[in-house]
Each structure stands twice: as C-alpha cells, then as structure tokens.
Design a protein around this ligand. Structure first.
Ligand code: KG4
Ligand code: ZN
Length: 337
C-alpha cells in the first residue's frame, strides 16, 4: 500500500511517500524558518499561505523522484492536529481534495504520534514496548508505548516545553529563531563552572518537568552580567547542561519504573547532540538501548506522517472526505487502529 503523507502543522511543509512493503520511498521538506526569522517566531497567516505554495510542487517532486504517478497512491495521510489551525487546514484540504479526485481513502494523523513513531523508520527499529521521550517546541512528555495507538503518559511538563525553553533562552541571548540549534552551537564555545542554573524537579520523585523557572534564572543572569560573546556562551553552556541533565535523569527513572530497557527520543530537541551524548552514556551504564530518528526526522517532516498514517490506514479509513482539523488534540484520546 502506497501512502502519501502531508505535514503542515507549523512552519514546515513535509511530503513523503511510504510503501508498506518497500518502506520509505521518498520525502521532501520546505522549511519556512528564513521567512519567519525576521519576526522572531512563526507568523501563522504567513505559514498557511506558504504551505499553499509548497504542498503540490513538493508532492510532484516526491513522485518524480520515485517515478510514480498520482494514480499509484493508495491512500493519503495528513496531520490533522495539533498545530496552527490555518496551517493544518491547508494540508487537510489538499489531502481531502486529492483523495476525492483519486477516489482513495484518507487518514488524519496526530502530529505527536508521527513524532513518536519516527524512530521506527530507521534501520534497527525499536521493538514495542518502549519508553518514549517526546521533546519538541510544544511538548515535553515521557510515555510508555506498548503498540501503535497504545500510549500511556508517564510524565509531562507543568509549564514550558524544553524546546520552548531553548527558544526563550535564545531570545534572551539575542540569538535567532529557532533557538535550539543556535543555543547549542553557542554552548559548544562555553566554559563549565562559571554559572550555576537550577535543575528543576530533578528529585521530585515523579516523571514531570518544569522549565519556566530555568528561563527566569537565565533572565536574571542576562540582567546581572555584561553580555559579551564569552558570557553568552557560558550561559548557553550551563542552560544546555541543566536541561539535558533533567531530561536524562527522568528518562532513566522512567526506564527503571517501567522495567523496560528501550528508550526512543523524538521531537526537535531530540536533535540536540549534548542530550544524545548524555542519554547514550546513561543508557550504557544501565544496559539499555536508545533509539533516535535521523536528525532530519526529529523535527517536523512528512515521512513520520506517511508512516503513522500507513500504520493506521488499513483499519482506520475515513471515507467521506469531509474534514475537521484539531488544533488542540490530546494524544491520550488516540486508540489502537
Ligand atoms: O518537533 P519540532 O520541529 O516542532 C514541534 O514543536 O512540533 O521541534 C521544534 C523545537 C524548537 O523549539 C527548536 O528550538 C527545538 O525543537 N530544537 C532544538 C534543536 N533543534 C531543534 N533544541 C535543542 N537543540 C537542537 N539541536
Ligand atoms: Zn513537531
């Protein structure tokens, strides 16, 4: 079964072709980062308009790369939520219109389910059940994943998401958007020991997170110090140490509490090299395994949506081509296909 995946929940148009027999055939991405950068964050209306410009040319591109035609597609998966409503509507209406014209089924995919299943696109995929750390711009969650659609929330952030904390810290340090890669690049030039930031909820005894206090502590440092390049790098270094220490400790606690030996990490912050270093080190000590999507599939992409949709397609076919988007959508509402 050949599935076309369409991702348009935020500032990236991602399109992919996934075949249930042959695997991922092709994927293409257009990132709007440069367009939003001058505003310091995503401008929803600009995002929607750009998705309209990109979605069909990218679809043609993935078809051309594989030598396939529109009529070869058996079903279309699209991100139905959560995300920006206008942006979601673009992908959703293109998917439904194409599917109507081709007389094929569609499936609306939960964006976070896409992120959760992204490591399954890799060579040595993790085997269910496993613990998942979902760390993106909007979410910081630990989950027990027992199968497709079988997700139990183990811990969540009480306030800001880890990616949001990276983005806000980047703003305080006068760095560009998105903040994560900029902060981590600067942190590489930072020195240990000059500043000390809190490790929120490190010993809270549960699997929850909190990052807003950390952002306030960074604000205090930026107010109290002259922000020359080295000072900014030293703050970025300590900030990254604080976030990655908390994330790593809670992941190891989650593995211990569930008795599982396999962890997957997904979402934009999962691309962070320091986080990977720490998780790999800690997991080795516990004789556990960590799986990551390739860096380009940590952030938003069409491949994860095509894959999640393909997994659901046979059982969860939506045939009437009417549609709604779900800008707010709790992952806990999902069921197994
Ligand atoms: O998963 P994603 O592309 O979008 C959603 O939020 O769904 O994640 C984007 C987030 C942003 O907050 C960005 O700053 C962060 O991931 N990010 C990183 C890195 N790359 C992206 N954070 C830390 N280190 C990185 N290398
Ligand atoms: Zn995402």
């Amino acid at each position: 079964m050949l599935v076309l995946g369409i991702e348009s929940s935020c500032d990236e148009t991602g399109i992919a072709l996934y075949d249930t027999g042959r695997g991922l055939l092709s994927h293409a991405l257009y990132s709007q980062i440069a367009m939003h950068a001058e505003y310091g964050g995503v401008v929803p209306e600009l995002a929607s308009r750009d998705h309209i410009r990109r979605a069909l040319p990218l679809t043609q591109q993935v078809l051309d790369e594989t030598g396939l035609l529109l009529r070869d597609i058996d079903g279309i998966a699209y991100t139905q939520g959560p995300g920006l409503s206008g942006a979601l509507l673009v992908g959703t209406s293109i998917a439904e219109a194409l599917a109507f014209a081709l007389n094929i089924p569609t499936v609306g995919v939960h964006h976070l389910e896409g992120h959760l299943l992204a490591p399954l696109l890799e060579q040595k995929p993790p085997v269910f059940p496993f613990v998942a750390l979902l760390v993106s711009g909007g979410h910081t969650q630990l989950m027990r994943v027992s199968g497709i659609g079988d997700y139990e929330l183990l811990g969540d952030t009480l306030d800001d998401a880890a990616g949001e904390a990276f983005d806000k810290t980047a703003k305080l340090l006068g760095l560009g958007y998105p903040g994560g890669p900029a902060v981590s690049k600067l942190a590489a030039k930072g020195k240990a020991g000059r500043f000390k930031l809190p490790r929120p909820l490190l010993n809270s005894g549960d699997l929850n997170f909190s990052f807003s206090g950390l952002k306030t502590a960074v604000l205090t440092l930026t107010n109290e110090n002259a922000l020359d390049e080295q000072t900014k790098a030293d703050i970025a270094y300590e900030f990254q140490e604080a976030v990655t220490e908390v994330l790593t400790t809670k992941c190891m606690n989650a593995l211990r509490e569930t008795g599982l030996d396999s962890l997957i990490v997904s979402g934009g912050v999962g691309a962070n090299q320091r986080l990977r270093e720490r998780l790999n080190q800690a997991a080795r000590r516990k004789l556990c395994y960590v799986h990551y999507p390739r860096p380009e599939f940590c952030t938003d992409n069409g491949a994860m949506i095509a894959f999640a949709g393909a997994m659901r397609m046979q059982n969860a076919i939506e045939g009437n081509h009417g549609f709604t988007v779900k800008p707010r959508w709790d992952l806990a509402e999902l069921h197994s296909p």
